[in-house]
Design a protein around this ligand. Structure first.
Ligand SMILES: [Zn+2]
Length: 95
């Protein structure tokens, strides 16, 4: 059976497996993780940050339903500001 390695990391002091003991949200894109080394001769405790750096597969949720300012693969805003002047629609100068 495949073992789940998603919550493990190598201890920076001895290289043994370290497990996530706890974590806390820093934002909707990042968490601070607290690790503990499993080597009984080491038992180091350290922390790191897990951060979303880019979206690889876009969400199926409509843009309006998504949280905050999450990263998107492409800026797909299709509703231009109606009050914004269109630089190509200016009246020709008279005279
Ligand atoms: Zn260690």
């Amino acid at each position: 059976m495949a073992r789940n390695r998603s919550s493990r990391m190598g201890c920076p002091n001895c290289g043994a497996t370290a497990h996530i003991r706890t974590s806390r949200a820093l934002s909707n894109k990042s968490r601070e993780l607290y690790f503990q080394c499993t080597d009984p001769d080491c038992e180091a405790v350290f922390k790191g940050v897990l951060e979303v750096v880019s979206i690889v597969g876009d969400s199926k949720l409509p843009v309006e339903a998504r949280m905050g300012d999450l990263l998107r693969p492409a800026d797909r805003r299709k509703a231009p500001d109606e009050n914004q002047t269109d630089m190509f629609a200016q009246p020709a100068p008279s005279g």
